[in-house]
Design a protein around this ligand. Structure first.
Ligand code: ZN
Ligand code: ZN
Length: 241
C-alpha cells in the first residue's frame, strides 16, 4: 500500500464525526445517526440573508424586509448550511475553540453540495474568509473561517484568497453585544490588504451568521476596493423568525 499524505495526516488527525466527536472510518464524514440530529437549511429562506422563514409567502426576514431600515446590506446575497440549533452548536463550538479543524471537510462538502451551483451560476471566482485579528489567530492557532474557506475552495476547485482583507483591530465577540453595538464594534475593523483587485465576484465565508454586521463590514471594504459582488456562505445561521 502506498502511504499518502492523507494517511499520515489521519494518524495525527483521525477523522471524527463532527457531531458526536467519535473517531470514524476515513471514508465517512459523519455517523448516520448524527446526520439525523442536525438540521439542514431548507426553503423557504430569506432571499437576502438566507435565514429560514416560517412562511412560504415571505420573501425576506424581519431584518432584511423592505420595511426595515436594516435592509441595506453591502453583500448581494448569502446562504447558510445548517440551522444553528441542537447538535450543530456543540460541533461549531469544538470547531471554533476546541481545535477540531478536521470538521471543516464535512461542513465544506455539505456547503458545496447545497450551494456549489448557486455560486457558479453567480460567477463567483474566489473564496475569501472573514479574517481574524493576527494576535488572536496566533493565540488560537488558527482562524476557523479560513480553515472552512480552504476546505470549501478545495471542494469547489476554486481559489481561496486569505490575504485580500485584513482585520486591523481586535473586536469584542459579537455574541456579547446588542445589535446596535455589533455594527459599531466591527466598523473600521477591516482593511483591503491586496495590491490589486484580482476578483470581481467573491464568496465570503464565516462560521456563524447572526445579524450580518461582520459580513457587511467586510463587504463594504471589498466594494470600496472595487470588488463588484459579494456573496457569502456561513456554516450555520439562526432562524429568521
Ligand atoms: Zn457521530
Ligand atoms: Zn434576511
Amino acid at each position: 500500500m502506498r502511504i499518502t499524505k492523507n494517511h499520515v495526516l489521519s494518524l495525527f488527525f483521525p477523522p471524527r464525526c463532527p457531531v458526536c466527536d467519535e473517531v470514524i472510518f476515513p471514508d465517512r464524514d459523519i455517523c448516520e445517526d448524527c446526520r439525523k440530529k442536525i438540521k439542514r437549511i431548507r426553503e423557504p429562506v430569506c432571499k437576502k440573508c438566507g435565514k429560514p422563514l416560517a412562511d412560504e409567502r415571505g420573501e425576506y426576514c424581519g431584518d432584511c424586509s423592505g420595511y426595515s431600515r436594516r435592509k441595506q446590506h453591502f453583500y448581494t446575497q448569502g446562504k447558510a448550511v445548517f440551522v444553528f440549533e441542537g447538535a450543530i452548536k456543540g460541533s461549531m463550538y469544538r470547531f471554533k475553540y476546541g481545535g477540531r479543524q478536521e470538521y471543516a471537510a464535512f461542513y465544506a462538502r455539505a456547503a458545496a453540495e447545497q450551494y456549489g451551483d448557486w455560486l457558479r451560476r453567480n460567477g463567483v471566482e474566489a473564496v475569501v474568509p472573514v479574517p481574524m485579528y493576527s494576535r488572536k489567530k496566533r493565540r488560537r492557532g488558527y482562524n476557523q473561517a479560513e480553515v472552512f474557506a480552504k476546505a470549501l475552495g478545495r471542494e469547489l476547485q476554486m481559489p481561496t484568497d486569505c490575504g485580500m482583507v485584513k482585520r486591523i483591530r481586535n473586536t469584542v465577540p459579537q455574541k456579547e453585544l446588542s445589535e446596535e453595538e455589533r455594527a459599531h464594534n466591527v466598523k473600521n475593523a477591516f482593511q483591503f490588504a491586496a495590491n490589486i483587485v484580482k476578483y470581481k465576484k467573491i464568496v465570503l465565508v464565516d462560521d456563524i451568521y447572526t445579524t450580518g454586521s461582520t459580513m457587511d463590514a467586510v463587504a463594504e471594504v471589498l466594494l470600496a476596493a472595487g470588488v463588484r459582488k459579494i456573496y457569502y456562505i456561513c456554516i450555520s445561521i439562526g432562524e429568521g423568525y
